[in-house]
Ligand binder design. Structure first.
Ligand code: AMP
Ligand code: ZN
Length: 119
């Protein structure tokens, strides 16, 4: 298994095909799939193919990867029909942020009005 993929990481295993997922979009650097426990009509996770643990582990070398995550988010929003009405992109970090899977991911959430601020 490549160094950039972690055997015990759920999102690395999903991308390796070990665990099924419902794909929405992808490119060379990213993969987008439906959240198994959606909080809104549209709830898609956008992850880098490479294992990056969390936002705090992003380094300057990751710039193309982060740009690709943004691009894939735009594609997901368009495909899912939420680009015009709007949507939310969330990155949870750490315990207080509510992060439960230690592989960087954007939540792309939409399809209904969302409250602000979050609780
Ligand atoms: P976070 O709490 O920000 O780390 O988000 C992790 C997300 O992964 C949660 O919204 C979970 O519902 C979602 N999730 C966990 N397991 C799976 C899975 N096997 N397939 C798709 N989404 C998952
Ligand atoms: Zn991973």
């Amino acid at each position: 298994m490549p160094e950039e993929t972690e055997r015990d990481c759920l999102f690395c295993r999903i991308q390796a095909g070990d665990i099924p997922s419902d794909p929405v979009a992808q490119d060379d650097l990213t993969y987008a799939f439906r959240d198994i426990n959606p909080v809104a009509p549209v709830h898609v996770l956008v992850v880098p193919r490479q294992h990056v643990g969390h936002l705090g582990a992003v380094e300057p070398d990751h710039a193309p990867l982060v740009a690709a995550m943004v691009r894939t988010t735009q594609v997901v929003a368009a495909q899912e029909g939420v680009a015009d009405d709007g949507y939310r992109v969330v990155i949870n970090v750490g315990r207080h942020g509510g992060m439960t899977v230690d592989h960087l991911h954007f939540h792309v959430i939409g399809g209904r009005p969302l409250r602000w601020p979050p609780e």
